[in-house]
Design a protein around this ligand. Structure first.
Ligand SMILES: *Cc1c(COP(=O)(O)O)cnc(C)c1O
Length: 421
């Protein structure tokens, strides 16, 4: 094959095997050019919720193409964006009344940060700090990298990153330390917002913490007049067992970010929802109080139509029933790993499951990750461990047989390292 000019994301081309070409997608599968069905056990980087090429969503995209392409979104608006905004406000936690569109998880978090800073700036009491949780991930733009965990991923860019207040991750039994740290940071009076992934920290290793902690963090924020930004880019759209993870903590964040599953994973789109207080702080005859943000493809009508079809699927199909069934199947199949000494920290939140393979050297750059990935790839399973953390986050249409196959492969995979221990 001739050398491709494509530079792939998070890919060390000097070490990677040749990229596998995908010819077609359907349901829980990617089909390669030879016709092999590859189980997409990580939902193509967590975006595909119902399944690939959901019929309602595909039809909505085809229809939208008959009438729209991109339309400038300042001075002009369109029905798909209007209807979607009303739909999102109706299903999001109450009190999130305004919707700002963008086109990726990173950008909707950047917008959230600007909303938070803008809120305090426009209120005449500027605040300069953002609090985040250790091991958090919020995207790969400079602002979201600043808020995320620092490591080998962003070492080269460190000189450009701004400082944030980091709360220790609430390891079991140490939840109070997280709350105390937040309380201490808040006492400075400078914390504009706590930016947090509710219930599950995704790219940071599928680390899970209880909803009660999120409830308590919100209480601390409220007490100090700090905002809470819920980064639901991964956790939204049923992944954690509720439509949004925040529901389980019974909280109303001040700002909520959604992207990946918003269009069922079919097209790029993102939305930042915020409270009336935040919108109102920007509402003024003084132009300097404007929320100065836009991306060219803001509220792309075809993407909005795909998202509307996703909302329709949630209303007309038993999506929550599928999620409950999937949760239950995972729970049963995870059980045998809990007593297996080759694994540790077996965990589940809704449809997301993860377990650590006990290897001599853990961490993202340990060669456990690539070895495991190759092992699964040979078996036509798309499973990409985060270092030694194996996780599954399948589309909701996955079959019981395919789950069995995945768990059997995970069971076998741990033996790769037997000689190393
Ligand atoms: C994936 C992710 C992002 C970034 O989304 P992109 O669309 O890749 O920019 C932000 N936050 C969380 C929690 C994510 O999982």
């Amino acid at each position: 094959m001739t050398l491709s000019p494509v530079w792939h994301p998070f890919t060390q081309h000097a070490l990677e095997p040749a990229m596998k070409r995908i010819a077609r997608t359907e349901g829980a599968y990617l089909y390669d050019e030879q016709g092999h069905a590859i189980l997409d056990a990580i939902s193509s980087w967590w975006v595909i919720t119902h399944g690939h090429r959901h019929p309602l969503i595909m039809a909505a995209i085809r229809n939208a193409c008959e009438t729209y392409d991109q339309i400038i979104f300042a001075e002009y608006t369109h029905e798909p964006a209007e209807e979607l905004a009303r739909g999102l406000v109706a299903i999001a936690p109450t009190g999130l009344d305004h919707v700002f569109y963008s086109d990726s998880g990173s950008t909707c978090v950047e917008v959230a940060l600007k909303m938070a800073l803008g809120f305090f700036h426009n209120s005449g009491a500027p605040r300069s700090r953002i609090a985040v949780m250790e091991h958090g991930y919020h995207g790969d733009t400079v602002g979201t990298m600043s808020a995320g965990e620092r490591g080998v991923f962003n070492a080269a860019y460190e000189p450009m990153l701004f400082g944030v207040d980091r709360l220790p991750f609430p390891e079991p039994g140490h939840e109070q330390d997280t709350l105390d740290a937040f309380e201490t940071f808040c006492r400075s009076g400078q914390v504009a917002a706590l930016l947090i992934e509710p219930l599950v920290l995704g790219a940071g290793g599928m680390r899970m913490y209880p909803a009660s902690l999120l409830t308590e963090l919100k209480a601390v924020a409220t007490r100090h007049g700090s905002l809470m930004i819920a980064d639901e880019v991964m956790t939204g759209w049923g992944r954690t067992g509720s439509l949004f993870a925040c529901e389980q903590a019974n909280i109303r964040p001040d700002i909520l970010c959604t992207s990946k599953g918003l269009t069922g994973g079919s097209l790029p789109l993102a939305a930042t929802l915020c409270s009336a207080e935040i919108f109102d702080a920007h509402l003024s005859t003084d132009r300097s109080r404007t929320l100065f943000h836009s991306s060219s493809y803001t509220a792309n009508p075809i993407a909005c139509a795909a998202a509307l079809a996703n909302l329709a699927a949630w209303k007309t199909e038993p999506v929550m029933t599928r999620i409950r069934a999937l949760e239950a199947k995972h729970r049963i199949r995870l059980e045998r790993f809990r007593r297996d000494p080759r694994f540790g920290n077996v965990r589940q939140t809704g449809t997301i499951v993860a377990l650590d393979v006990n290897v001599p050297a853990s961490g993202y750059l340990s060669d456990a990750g690539p070895k495991l990935r190759a092992f699964f790839r040979e078996r036509n399973l798309l499973i990409r461990p985060l270092g030694n953390v194996i996780y599954l986050m399948t589309p909701y249409c996955v079959t019981t047989d395919d789950l069995d196959r995945s768990y059997d492969a995970i069971d076998e995979a741990a033996d790769i390292f037997v000689g190393d221990r």
